[in-house]
Design a protein. Structure first.
Length: 675
């Protein structure tokens, strides 16, 4: 196994930028010479090739440009059969085989588009990206028919004496069947800042200099093996984690963080007249006066995903005000949100008129209007979690259970023949209108938890809906095969045009946990492992070199935080909410197994990340009070849209966003041991 080495100088780079090409030249064109030596290994997961690379500048002048080292598929004629994985950036083809003229733009591979024009954005046969865009410094190529994997990992940054010198880059090409690493970097054919802000290819400070007479030496760890499943892509990602893992900084304790986060929401975000939490809370120029962007919803960015952790924290802190807020939020939704025509909850309530509807802030980004499986399923799931918590504390809410029974009956009625729940339901009668979404597995998670609740009752009232366990198992198997095993998990957030994302897998993970509790089948622990590994592919394994304040100034750690999606390139904390599921997997698998230890380490990363990613003191993140936290943490060039007063970019939002801090809070409340 050897890398093909190519390069482009500054002068020639300007030409290929204009031609929308990635056609680099042989090293010899610039007086460069390379040698490669396999130091050890056989290319397997347990023993990757360690390939030592040397590049020497034997020319008469300094080289200034970009150098590419690329690994090719064994059979270049089979390039169309390759899938590519740059964790956090590229999954398969990022649905490049699907219609691409949609509102949200995200990287899409299609082998036939070799020299894309700007009018083709986001369609291209190749992508090159700065190294910090990836959660793990590795590139993986999978032959979909032969299940053969070629991959490598490498240090993401170029160092000088152990000190950061500059960024490297990663590369994939579906026309050539190649993956690679660059000294210097490109964002090509475009730089995706966010789904509606795409910048042209860079030609500036991204070049690498190799002085005449000087050498560059580098080690790659490469894999070349037959896989029994596409899921073995996760084996390579795990290896990258083992090589490059860095723990997040140690900041506040778990108990301190629970107190700080929950009190901030309780004291600053509750809107008593409307019985909701504000979606955003911002400071104003007047001391003690705040502005509110309410964005009300029953779940997903508001509602019960805030109220449930607040309810739990109120008992931990013995805070009656916090408890009453949470109960009022939940009860208001149960009492008034149900659409009697569809027997599904409306997802939002207009702050001015008090009218409930499905027209939340996300509505105009949907392809089909109606009830959302993501919000409705998530609400019922958390409602049942709250029901069980309250029951354990001696308070019964029979109306909560009746609400869940009514809604889950519609979920089950509208499952299709394969066992998949609708992505969108009709407001008129609850009929399934649109499918093709892992996000709809929230309906499965809700119904599976509902089944657990019924199982725990001494007597089950006749009026309650009774799900069919065999049908739930059929649904879980469908989602596993259709989405998880294919490593193409998409369709959760309603504002991403079904880009691969990190949110739907969290629902599948919860559903798998519930089904394991219902059946005790080891198969569902395997499903949990697969789901966790997919989530971990978005979760940073090391601490990136943040270039933009405030994150660059406060020692903030990216390890343990998970990228939102390939469409919205920032870290947000939703994955912190599944600490309970990580613990469940660890507690139900052999402690000596490598996967048990892997999940345990990732669990500790997640908890520690959450304890350092909010205001540990007033104004730490350039805004806000103690315990304030936003949803946005920009680890790279992506989503740098917030501005300081002087117009310079900020790597976070200057706002308290209760759903975000509540995701961390939920995880910390499920974690009782200090780390």
């Amino acid at each position: 196994m050897t890398f093909d080495a190519r390069a482009v100088s500054i002068q020639d780079h300007l030409k290929i930028v204009g031609g929308h090409s990635c056609d680099y030249e042989p090293l010899s064109s610039y007086g460069l010479k390379s040698s490669q030596e396999i130091i050890s290994g056989d290319g397997s997961i347990k023993s990757p090739y360690k390939i030592h690379v040397t590049v020497r500048n034997e020319g008469s002048e300094d080289f200034n440009g970009i150098i590419l080292f690329a690994l090719s598929a064994k059979d270049p004629e089979r390039a169309d059969f390759q899938s590519f994985y740059l964790p956090g950036f590229m999954y398969g083809l990022n649905r490049g085989e699907s219609p691409w003229k949609v509102d949200c733009k995200f990287p899409r591979l299609r082998a036939s588009v070799k020299n894309p024009l700007d009018s083709d954005c986001p369609l291209s046969s190749f992508y090159m990206v700065r190294s910090d865009r990836l959660s793990h410094p590795c590139a993986i190529m999978l032959d979909k028919e032969k299940n053969h994997i070629i991959a490598f990992h490498s240090l993401p940054y170029i160092l000088d004496g152990g000190k950061f010198l500059q960024y490297g880059g990663f590369y994939c090409n579906s026309a050539r069947g190649e993956i690679g690493f660059t000294f210097g970097y490109e964002n090509a054919p475009w730089l995706f800042v966010q789904s509606h802000l795409i910048k042209k290819r860079q030609a500036g400070e991204n070049y690498f200099v190799l002085a005449k007479g000087k050498s560059l030496q580098w080690d790659f760890y490469a894999y070349d093996f037959d896989a029994h499943s596409p899921l073995q892509v996760h084996d390579v990602i795990k290896c990258a984690y083992d090589f490059y893992h860095q723990s997040p900084r140690k900041a506040a304790t778990v108990e301190e963080s629970v107190k700080n986060l929950s009190l901030a929401v309780c004291d600053y975000a509750w809107l008593p007249d409307e019985k909701i939490y504000s979606g955003f809370v911002r400071e104003t120029s007047e001391e003690g006066v705040f502005s509110y962007n309410k964005i009300p919803s029953i779940s997903w960015t508001n509602g019960i995903v805030v109220a449930y952790p607040q309810l739990l924290a109120s008992v931990r802190l013995k805070n009656h005000k916090m408890r009453e807020q949470a109960l009022q939020c939940i009860q208001n939704i149960v009492d008034f949100s149900l659409n009697r025509k569809s027997n599904l909850p409306y997802e939002t309530c207009d702050s001015e008129s008090g009218v409930w509807s499905c027209r939340g802030w996300w509505y105009d980004g949907m392809h089909t209007g109606g009830h959302s499986a993501y919000l409705d399923g998530q609400f019922v799931y958390y409602l049942l979690k709250a029901y069980l918590f309250e029951k354990e504390k001696g308070s019964l809410h029979d109306d909560w259970l009746d609400f869940a029974s009514t809604v889950t009956a519609v979920f089950e009625r509208e499952r299709n023949g394969a066992g998949e729940y609708p992505f969108i339901f009709s407001e008129e009668d609850g009929t399934g209108l649109e499918y093709d979404s892992l996000g709809s597995s929230w309906c499965l998670a809700a119904t599976a938890l509902y089944s657990l609740v019924l199982r725990g009752m001494k007597e089950c009232p006749d009026n309650l809906f009774k799900p069919d366990l065999a049908e739930l198992e059929k649904s879980l198997a469908h989602y596993e095969k259709q989405f998880v095993e294919k490593l193409e998990c998409y369709g959760a957030p309603l504002d991403t045009d079904k880009a691969p994302d990190n949110e739907g897998i969290l629902a599948f993970l919860r559903a798998s946990s519930c089904l394991h509790q219902l059946t005790e089948k080891d198969l569902y622990l395997e499903y949990m492992k697969n789901a966790l590994c997919h989530e971990f592919s978005y979760k940073f394994c090391y601490n990136g070199r943040i270039a933009v304040p405030p994150l660059s100034e406060i020692g903030w750690s990216s390890c343990g935080g998970s990228i939102t999606s390939v469409c919205n390139p920032h870290i947000h904390p939703m994955s912190s909410s599944v600490v309970s599921e990580m613990r469940y997997y660890v507690e139900h698998t052999p402690p000596s197994s490598e996967w048990n230890q892997y999940v345990k380490s990732r669990l500790e990363d997640t908890v520690r990340w959450g304890c350092q990613t909010y205001n540990l003191f007033e104004g730490e993140y350039g805004y806000g009070r103690l315990g304030w936290m936003s949803e946005r943490f920009c680890y790279s060039q992506g989503l740098l849209t917030e501005k300081y007063p002087d117009g310079s970019p900020s790597s976070t939002w200057f706002a308290l966003m209760p759903w975000a801090s509540s995701s961390v809070l939920e995880g910390l409340l499920d974690y009782s041991t200090e780390i």
